[in-house]
Write a protein that binds this ligand. Structure first.
Ligand code: ATP
Ligand code: MG
Ligand code: MG
Length: 393
């Protein structure tokens, strides 16, 4: 259908599911990943380049094989993407957006300029300064790494003033790592919304917004996502969609899908937490539950094809992540148990990422169950959730 080859920086599970969507659209993909053809995406793509998505030469090699570049991870060499883009290589989302999002502090400054509601935040250059910010923000507060964070690994909760030195050290403040602080967001729930930004036939911007998801983290890693969220009013859902859409509107001319994480406070306020410029874990449910899933939508957006329908075509959906439990045969069996259990659940979509080994905490797969209502999806997936915790059979 489309003769172009899309190059993707990163070959993990997000890239793999992007390749599935590319196959449906008749688009070829080439992925750049340290594991090359053995990466989750490289196993299923037409082409692959073995190397780091930080490596300028490898990114140039990828570009030489492709018509357009995109990514499935934001921690890439954005400088080289910028250079390539200036030389006329199409890159989407635009490198300046990737660069902006890479620095969580700059991302927040940008969003604040565009009047997006956020927790208070401040740059911090010394332990001393952290004490005075603590007096202003109160405790607990959240110390965060500006760069390279994922799965909560760049975060440290500062419970009180006495905890400042430990948090500062944990995130490498004493080694000159760039950090900033956020005021604690006393959230009732965490919500997420996927937003697609593409163009129409006349190259005018078009945006589509997916339904709201209630996302629950375990040890700072996404564990489950439920849509529509239970206990969130229609008005609050519309507010979350508006905050997410307004945030993505601020990225001039950038195309692609964006994952927007938010906090819903007790009083109904919605604050934005962070943005991912790519398909996102909280959008996996779209594969079973929506007109067009987030991966196809991303490709449509970056390729300038018409965007598809974001609406739910089921009453509710719940997704659970399957994390590796460890490398021993017993731990591998425990990891697989929920997938085996899901085989007996009607309407369960089972996804295995094809990763080598079973490293503890690594995302190995996910399962989505759909239903007539969110409550029935939750009910249907319950045995799978139990299996994640080693219960039931
Ligand atoms: P991801 O894997 O989503 O990229 P990350 O490492 O970038 O995660 P954040 O999303 O910033 O980290 O934070 C991880 C989790 O920590 C959030 O989902 C939320 O549960 C909690 N958190 C983050 N910021 C705050 C805050 N200001 N107040 C309260 N909790 C917070
Ligand atoms: Mg993040
Ligand atoms: Mg996050």
């Amino acid at each position: 259908m489309d003769k172009r080859t899309v190059g993707c920086l990163g070959g993990g599970q997000l890239g793999r599911m992007m390749v599935y969507a590319a196959h449906r659209l008749g688009v070829r993909m080439c992925v750049l990943d340290p594991l090359g053809e053995h990466s989750p995406a490289g196993q299923v793509s037409e082409l692959s380049v073995k190397g780091s998505f930080q490596d300028a030469e490898k990114i140039r090699e990828l570009a030489s094989k492709c018509d357009i570049l995109t990514l499935e991870v934001e921690h890439v060499n954005a400088q080289v993407l910028e250079e390539l883009h200036q030389k006329g290589v199409p890159v989407q989302p635009l490198p300046f957006v990737v660069k902006l999002i890479q620095d969580k502090y700059d991302q927040k400054v940008h969003l604040q300029k565009h009047s997006i509601p956020l927790p208070d935040f401040e740059k911090v250059d010394s332990e001393q300064q952290l004490h005075s910010i603590g007096e202003k923000f109160g405790f607990p507060m959240m110390l965060k790494s500006r760069f390279g964070a994922y799965d909560g690994r760049g975060n440290a909760v500062v419970a009180n003033a006495a905890a400042i030195p430990t948090a500062w050290k944990k995130l490498g403040g004493h080694d000159g790592k760039k950090l900033y602080v956020e005021k604690w967001a006393p959230f009732k729930m965490e919500l997420a919304v996927m937003v697609a930004r593409g163009v129409d036939e006349t190259m005018n911007v078009t945006m589509r917004t997916y339904p709201v998801v209630h996302t629950v983290q375990r040890d700072s890693v996404c564990f489950t996502c439920l849509t529509p969220p239970v206990g969130v009013t229609q008005k609050q859902q519309e507010l979350a969609q508006k905050v997410a859409t307004d945030a993505i509107k601020s990225f001039d001319d950038a195309r692609g899908i964006f994952g927007v994480e938010m906090f819903l406070l007790e009083d109904g306020q919605v604050l934005l937490n962070e943005i991912a410029p790519r398909p996102h874990n909280t959008g996996h449910y779209t594969m079973e539950a929506c007109g067009v899933d987030q991966f196809e939508q991303h490709l449509r957006a970056v390729l300038g094809l018409p965007l598809g329908d974001c609406n739910l075509r089921v009453g509710g959906a719940m997704m659970v992540n399957i994390l590796g439990q460890g490398e021993t045969p017993e731990m591998v069996a425990k990891t697989m148990a929920p997938l085996r259990r899901a085989l007996r659940v009607p309407d369960a979509g089972i996804h295995w990422y094809g990763k080598e080994g079973c490293v503890k905490g690594r995302k190995m797969g996910h399962i989505t169950v759909t239903g007539f209502t969110p409550a029935s999806a939750l009910e249907e997936i319950r045995p799978v959730l139990k299996a994640v915790d080693g219960e039931g059979n």
